[in-house]
Write a protein that binds this ligand. Structure first.
Ligand SMILES: NC(=O)c1ccc[n+]([C@@H]2O[C@H](COP(=O)([O-])OP(=O)(O)OC[C@H]3O[C@@H](n4cnc5c(N)ncnc54)[C@H](O)[C@@H]3O)[C@@H](O)[C@H]2O)c1
Ligand SMILES: O=c1ccn([C@@H]2O[C@H](COP(=O)(O)OP(=O)(O)O[C@H]3O[C@H](CO)[C@@H](O)[C@H](O)[C@H]3O)[C@@H](O)[C@H]2O)c(=O)[nH]1
Length: 465
């Protein structure tokens, strides 16, 4: 393998595999990148004009190199055979049953991808853990690869966790704070580490490419997410104190964030963090701590998730209380269903929890989100014991225009901080609502004074209004 004709395969064409490897292809025109997935529909979408995920800037990157040195395929075996480097970028959700259910990561997809590599590889490979995995997963991967591979084939395993955030994936990948590469500290491990470092060096400054041991690298990913989520739970805990005392959580965050030891980022109080990673990775850390007989450590991290659940239920209670203690037959316009702005992803979105409660409280729910697909909302909300498809149809209507969603509503509940919600004509919205007209701002980003002057009853997280 030479630097010029390197071939990369990425197993898993999801939110990470797709953008990450598309950026590699974009930045390294002499490297051939093939992204494979078992899900043929997803691959077809990657090969179409309508990419399967919404991410600002992604279209430009993919359309610039698709068919040149970037390919999407469901021919997994062929891509594995041809590759020098293989990224394993499959999903690692929380286990739903069995030992560790509700906490541990389900490594079935990682194992199956690893077994596939062992089974079909006909030459030596560098196998890279891109998925977020528990500490020492690379050891299991190595055991599987070595036990099943053909003679004369060598596998080196690297950990290269991904730190992109959805909604900003492309700038995060183009200008990363750091790229982390873990390997066994053997001559072969370090050689493999250098091969991958050279790929990133095509566009990432050398001092930002950090190398370390495998286990530190794997744990650093869980640790970074735990620390980020902990900041949000901390500010959300303070938001409850603010609501009870008359302090303003944005002012408190500003004052604290100016301290250079604290810094201003990730101190925005909200209705609770969502996304496919924070909760899953913290629960994974909790499970790891318990497995290592560190119950106090486990309890400490668990509290970050507990606080997040509390934040959602506190907001729900406030909504019910302000709407005269009943939501029955009230029309609630839900603005935003994605877990954050600039993504169509709804995984673990606070909106799912809130709307499920609204259904149980027998409200009529009008949902508007600029990017989430209608079918996704239905899939997220239909759940045995919560809503049958019939109940869902009765309770939930999806709108493609925020003014229509708010028509005849008793209240608007803002759950995602989409920029367009700031610039709506709220006078027009107000005129068409039932009175008193309420707005519950779960993102602290609307102009409260302006809304009050129009006549709205406004409720904001972390502030008495
Ligand atoms: N979403 C994020 O922003 C983000 C950021 C950093 C890290 N991560 C981590 O990256 C990993 C992937 O996350 P994601 O959000 O991209 O998941 P995803 O569900 O969007 O994509 C995973 C893809 O892998 C495919 N897959 C599963 N098993 C396969 C196999 N054996 N062969 C071929 N394809 C297979 C699935 O069909 C799916 O399309 C997870 O471990 C996650 O924790 C995610
Ligand atoms: O001050 C803040 C910042 C974020 N959030 C919420 O937290 C959640 C997660 O946001 P963010 O971290 O921006 O998006 P993710 O795509 O989940 O990215 C996180 O999870 C990824 C998957 O592991 C990591 O790669 C990223 O580094 C990490 O930021 C969202 O619901 C946000 O609205 C807040 O409530 N307040």
């Amino acid at each position: 393998m030479t630097k010029e004709n390197l071939k990369i395969c990425c197993i898993g064409a999801g939110y990470v595999g797709g953008p990450t490897c598309a950026v590699i292809a974009y930045k390294c025109p002499t490297v051939t990148v093939t992204i494979v997935d078992l899900n043929e529909d997803r691959i077809a979408a990657w090969n179409s004009d309508n990419l399967p995920i919404y991410e600002p800037g992604l279209d430009d990157v993919v359309f610039a190199c698709r068919g040149r040195n970037l390919f999407f395929s469901s021919e997994v075996d062929q891509a594995i055979q041809e590759a020098d480097l293989i990224f394993v970028s499959v999903n690692t959700p929380t286990k739903k049953s069995g030992i560790g259910a509700g906490f541990a990561a389900d490594l079935a997809y990682v194992e199956s991808a690893t077994r596939r590599i062992a089974q079909v590889a006909t030459s030596s490979k560098i196998v890279i853990e891109k998925s977020t995995v528990p500490c020492r997963t690379a050891e299991s991967m190595r055991a599987i690869l070595e036990a099943n591979s053909r003679d004369g084939i060598r596998f080196d395993i690297l950990s290269n966790p991904e730190f992109l955030a959805e909604g900003t994936a492309i700038p995060d990948l183009m200008y990363p704070d750091r790229v982390l590469i873990g390997s066994l500290q053997t001559p072969e491990g370090i050689k493999a580490q250098n091969v991958l470092a050279d790929v990133y060096a095509n566009w990432v400054p050398k001092e930002k490419i950090i190398t370390m041991g495998l286990w530190s690298s794997e744990l650093s990913k869980l640790a970074a997410n735990a620390l980020l989520a902990q900041r949000i739970s901390s500010i959300n805990a303070l938001s409850a104190i603010c609501e009870a005392t008359g302090a303003d959580v944005d002012e408190v965050a500003y004052a604290c964030g100016l301290d250079s030891r604290i810094g201003p980022k990730f101190l925005k109080a909200s209705v609770g963090f969502g996304g496919s990673c924070f909760q899953k990775d913290i629960l994974n850390l909790v499970y790891l701590s318990e497995s290592l007989h560190l119950p106090e450590v486990a309890e400490y991290w668990k509290q970050v998730v507990t606080m997040n659940e509390y934040q959602k239920s506190r907001f729900l209670e406030r909504i019910v209380k302000r709407l005269f203690n009943t939501l029955t037959n009230k029309n609630l316009a839900v603005f935003g269903f994605a877990f954050k702005k600039n993504t169509g992803d709804t995984r673990e979105s606070a909106a799912i929890t809130l709307v499920k409660h609204f259904i149980q409280e027998k409200a009529n729910i009008h949902i508007y989100d600029p990017k989430v697909e209608d079918a996704q909302i239905e899939m997220d909300l239909c759940e045995p014991g919560i809503a049958t498809p019939e109940q869902y149809k009765k309770s939930v209507t999806i709108f493609h225009d925020p003014y229509e969603a708010a028509k005849n509503a008793d209240a608007i509940v803002v759950l995602t901080e989409w920029d367009e919600f700031k610039t709506l004509d709220y006078q027009r919205v107000y005129n068409n609502m039932h009175k008193p007209a309420f707005i519950f701002d779960g993102r602290l980003f609307l102009d409260t004074k302006k809304l009050q002057n129009i006549g709205f009853q406004v409720e904001v997280i972390g502030r008495q209004v």
